[in-house]
Design a protein around this ligand. Structure first.
Ligand code: GLA
Length: 729
């Protein structure tokens, strides 16, 4: 049984043969954290008991005056009765106090995993895939129950956690903080790692040593954000791509989050992730339940690469859903950087025609097709085709594209409204706002109030009409600003601080309905590029526009950082024009292709204007992409050289049976008179023989991994090489 309950020792042991997670009920009341990491056979209850109070530690047990919550490693700690570290939750009762005392009441162990109501979460397809433990604690004075949910996957080193608060009492309470998980590690000599950035520079890797006190990342922007991804990891100091202990936690949520680490004076490290408690409260009335988002916790003893491959597999197969989950994606061309708002049917057809000749499979019409939208100043909300630009409507254009056996895709930004729009004039109170205060625009737009059911219903209805109006097989769902003046005209004063979470619930509900209604559409989410690249969005939309930065050199860092958690099949990557529109850099077309071919390949330029030589190159790269796309989408990724470390970047994708692989190598700036260089591969079978790029020479897997692949001397900036590796019998 993967979850054992030792009644005598009061110990829960979750394990899957490789990973253990152990909880002990101390004094039969407090769930204490004993261990998480590589599988252990037995638990050592004495190690927990060693955590005795120190000077100044408050003591709760008259019979055990050494016992204190101050030093106890806990599963879901409170503030106010002895533990002075950051609590995992805080509740305010009707009498105004925030003192609570939740103690063990009961538990349930079962095979399988239940979905979270209204929220995206990792799922299972068969009960045999996972086992779940729910520990119920109760504060009898408040009459509130707290359920700590733990699921361990059998074939993946993943534990998911979430918490639900159930009000069984008689007077309302207010939730002020409710993290999705909290773990107290018995050591503090870790590094921590997270992904930071901004628009057009998302998910850069930052790693530092822990210091005493609190270190935290968060978003209060109403989106998971470009600035910080809802992910954080602890690493043993020697950890690299292949070796070392890594503990990753990622939140299945697309709104305000916080991830925090606190190191105390006794070298205990408290790690937590959940909804950002800043500016959040939730009124819980008798009879109601509040469910937190889910945290996905991954332990790897095989370094960062091991952690990433576990996240990749879980996100790809048990978070992403829909008909495209297990399919490679069509190669697309998007007109945004080619035309911006300045297009008509003729221009679009030219791009589609040229793309079609080169083997592109999907044409995507981006922003500017609706209302009077000739720039970003108007019309969001008015999802009616602009007949001046498209006299034959969406259907006319889609029909033309369809006759070329290409698919047709469309950009929408449904969560927004332009003050200059029919929708805003009809419903000025439908946006997030605070009465009497300015409605601060960003990119000339306001945010619709998705905490309101009628707004959600309206969007489901309007978008259904758009999606039905033409043969649309792809939708890019954008969100181009963060939230300000977060308030809702439909909520009472005491619920205003619920708005931003209610917004997320509304968004998830819309996405659930639309993906259910239009299940064959391929959805790509976007927020000015990767401002909402998170597991929550991936649950509804299996790919994300990784970044508005399409420069090949910048993309190396962005795609490398993103790959820490997210698999290549979830990343959109486009070949664009030079000089690049974001950084003005000119890189060769081959390198731009090679960078985009390491994810879901697309194009975003006036492809009709390419020279004949460039067109030949593009057609050849598209052909090659067809040969490798299954590896990129479904293979195991190994990062070989980091763009954060120097001028060389390399990564490879290996088929699950280790019979094929594709290696990408990129050099940004060439070095004069460079040393000879061998690229050490990974993930192959040591004793198997492989051919490289169909050459006559064969190599053993261990040769390629230990001695390495000899690379040619590179004498040019922005060079790249792609190697196809195939096993020979
Ligand atoms: C965002 C997206 C771009 C493009 C524009 C259109 O910035 O990230 O790809 O769709 O919006 O306005």
């Amino acid at each position: 049984m993967p979850i054992e309950w030792n009644e005598k020792e009061k110990v829960f042991h979750l394990s899957n043969g490789r990973v253990s997670y152990i909880i002990q009920l101390v004094l039969g009341k407090y769930p204490a954290h004993l261990y998480w990491g590589r599988q252990v056979k037995t638990r050592q209850s004495s190690s927990i008991l060693a955590f005795k109070g120190r000077a100044f530690s408050p003591t709760t047990e008259p019979k055990d005056p050494k016992f204190s919550l101050d030093t106890l490693p806990q599963e879901y700690p409170a503030y106010g009765n002895g533990d002075f570290r950051s609590p995992a939750y805080q509740l305010r009762s009707a009498d105004g106090s925030t003192i609570t005392e939740f103690v063990y009441n009961s538990h349930e162990i079962f095979q399988g995993k239940r979905p979270l109501k209204g929220l995206p979460a990792a799922y299972i397809e068969d009960d045999s895939e996972a086992d779940t433990l729910i520990i119920t604690l109760v504060d009898s004075l408040l009459g509130v129950g707290m359920n700590l949910h733990y699921t361990i996957y059998r074939d993946l080193d993943v534990i998911t956690r979430s918490v639900s608060f159930e009000h069984l009492g008689s007077r309302e309470v207010e939730l002020h903080k409710c993290m999705s998980m909290s773990v107290d590690f018995h050591q503090a000599d870790w590094d921590w790692l997270h992904l930071h950035g901004t628009w057009s520079r998302e998910r850069h890797i930052e790693r530092s040593s822990l210091h005493h006190g609190i270190q935290t990342i968060s978003s209060a922007r109403g989106a998971s954000s470009h600035q910080h991804n809802p992910f954080i990891a602890l690493l043993s100091r020697n950890t690299d791509e292949e070796y070392g202990d890594v503990y990753g936690v990622s939140l299945v949520y697309s709104g305000n989050f916080q991830a925090a680490i606190e190191v105390d004076s006794f070298q205990t490290t408290r790690l937590s992730i959940g909804i950002n408690p800043f500016d959040f409260t939730w009124l819980l009335k008798p009879g109601e339940t509040f469910q937190t988002p889910e945290a996905i916790m991954v332990y790897s003893s095989d370094g960062l690469g091991g952690m990433s491959r576990t996240y990749h597999k879980l996100l790809r197969t048990r978070v992403c859903r829909g008909v495209y989950r297990d399919k490679t994606r069509p190669i697309l061309i998007n007109n945004w950087e080619a035309t911006y708002f300045d297009f008509n049917e003729k221009k679009l057809k030219k791009i589609a025609d040229a793309g079609n000749e080169l083997g592109i499979e999907l044409f995507v019409l981006d922003d500017g097709w609706f209302g009077r939208r000739d720039n970003d100043k108007s019309s969001l909300g008015d999802w009616v085709v602009n007949r001046k630009k498209l006299p034959n409507g969406l259907a006319g254009l889609a029909d033309y594209i369809g006759k070329k056996r290409m698919q047709f895709g469309l950009w929408v930004e449904p969560e927004m409204v332009s003050p200059d729009s029919e929708l805003y004039r009809r419903h000025p109170d439908w946006c997030l706002h605070v009465p009497g205060r300015r409605r601060t625009p960003s990119r000339n737009q306001l945010v619709l109030d998705l905490s309101r059911k009628e707004v959600c219903d309206y969007l489901i209805d309007t978008l259904s009409k758009v999606f039905k109006s033409a043969p649309i097989s792809y939708v890019k769902w954008d969100m181009n600003r963060n939230m300000t003046e977060i308030g809702s005209a439909a909520l009472p004063p005491e619920r205003q601080r619920e708005t931003v979470h209610r917004y997320m619930l509304g968004l998830y509900w819309i996405l659930e309905k639309l993906t259910e209604r239009f299940p064959t559409i391929l959805y790509e989410s976007c927020s000015g590029g990767g401002g909402r690249f998170d597991p929550g969005m991936l649950y509804y939309m299996p790919q994300t526009w990784t970044s508005d930065d399409t420069d090949a050199v910048e993309r190396l860092k962005i795609q490398y950082g993103t790959s820490l958690i997210y698999p290549a099949i979830t990343m959109g990557a486009h070949v664009s024009d030079v000089p690049n529109h974001q950084v003005g850099r000119t890189t060769p077309l081959l390198m731009r292709c090679h960078v985009a071919m390491a994810a879901n390949l697309g194009f975003e330029l006036n492809i009709d204007k390419l020279s004949e030589d460039d067109k030949t190159l593009v057609a050849a790269q598209i052909q090659q992409y067809h040969q490798i796309k299954d590896l990129v989408c479904f293979g195991d990724q190994f990062r070989l050289l980091s763009p954060f470390a120097g001028m060389d970047t390399a990564w490879m994708y290996v088929s699950p049976k280790q019979e094929r692989a594709v290696v990408f190598y990129y050099k940004t700036l060439a070095t004069p008179n460079p040393p000879f260089f061998r690229l050490k591969l990974r993930g192959l079978k040591r004793e198997a023989m492989y051919k490289v790029n169909n050459d006559d020479k064969v190599f053993f897997g261990d040769e390629l991994m230990q001695i390495g692949l000899t690379l040619p001397l590179i004498k040019k900036d922005y060079s790249s090489h792609l190697y196809q590796i195939e096993k020979v019998n």
